[in-house]
Design a protein. Structure first.
Length: 307
């Protein structure tokens, strides 16, 4: 049985896999941690070391949280300050992996946080903050995570943080670890194609999701294959075995005034699919139960967010 759940997501501003967006530039130094942590720093409550473990090639940052105040949730970020331009949009993200041996039983999720400043080298009073709320569990599998934000008036630099946290944990009693790899901070983009993300309709809609086989205790994240600006494919177990086709179409004309979402699948495993409008912070969620065929989706009322 398929479930459609329409949600409005509030903007979280304080009030490579795959193919990157066209004309986008990764502003981060040493984004893949090829041989060192050059260009990166950590806040006082975390520490990092270079690791030979990597997502697609050798090299990543292994970040560990430090024992801190009991009122804080344990989190382990690595950071870099970049120059930005006011009014420009930025897509930022990374690949994250939390080993199961760290903080057993904890619900470790992604931590993405970007803070804009009026001075060079991330100095001065913070102007705005964009962060992604916890969504993807990171245990023993690589997860691709991303978010976006627009530099406010007066911004000339931004501190980008990538890592993991346990929002329900206590920093006074728990230490968490996360591998961070394939980081990016793309200019003039709201969305970035990665191993686990598709950007559709000229980079406006972000598509991602997960799969699970509960009877076998197996789960993971769907892997993306860009096809055209409006459509793409996903695989679960092997890149030779394609499972889903998704497209988002611009129907912002009379009498429709909508963006349409179409999807079809050749699978009967449990699927959770997210289509997210990065321009309006609105998302649709699609889910199917394990053992049920993935039914065709022809949603011509998906997004009333024209233009």
């Amino acid at each position: 049985m398929i479930k459609h759940n329409r949600q409005i997501v509030p903007a979280l501003a304080v009030s490579l896999f795959g193919v990157a967006p066209l004309v986008a530039t990764n502003l981060l130094q040493n984004p893949d941690f090829t041989a060192s942590l050059a260009g990166w720093v950590t806040p006082s409550y975390s520490a990092a070391e270079w690791s030979s473990v990597g997502r697609s090639a050798a090299g990543s940052a292994l970040v560990t949280s430090a024992i801190g105040r009991a009122i804080d949730a344990p989190n382990a970020p690595i950071q870099q300050c970049v120059a930005v331009q006011a009014g420009h949009s930025y897509a930022f993200g990374a690949s994250l992996y939390a080993p199961g041996s760290a903080a057993p039983g904890a619900n470790i999720t992604e931590y993405l946080d970007v803070r804009f400043y009026p001075g060079a080298s991330c100095t001065g009073e913070q102007l705005a903050q964009f962060n992604k709320g916890p969504e993807l569990p990171l245990r023993d599998t690589w997860a691709d995570v991303q978010w976006h934000g627009t530099a406010p008036v007066g911004a000339v630099s931004a501190m980008a943080s990538f890592g993991a946290l346990d929002s329900a944990g206590s920093a006074a009693a728990e230490v968490i670890q996360v591998f961070v790899d394939d980081t990016y901070f793309f200019s003039d983009a709201n969305c970035a194609n990665t191993a686990g993300h598709l950007c559709l309709t000229d980079g406006r809609f972000l598509v991602y999701g997960s799969w699970a086989v509960p009877s076998q205790g197996r789960s993971g994240y769907i892997q993306a294959v860009p096809i055209t600006s409006d459509s793409g494919l996903f695989w679960f177990f092997s890149e030779e075995n394609l499972e889903l086709f998704v497209k988002v179409l611009n129907a912002c004309v009379d009498p429709f005034h909508r963006y349409w979402v179409f999807a079809s699948g050749l699978t009967n495993v449990q699927v959770a699919l997210v289509v997210y409008d990065t321009f309006n912070d609105q998302r649709w969620d699609y889910s199917t139960a394990a053992g049920a065929p993935f039914p065709p989706i022809q949603d011509t009322n998906a997004f009333a967010t024209c233009p």
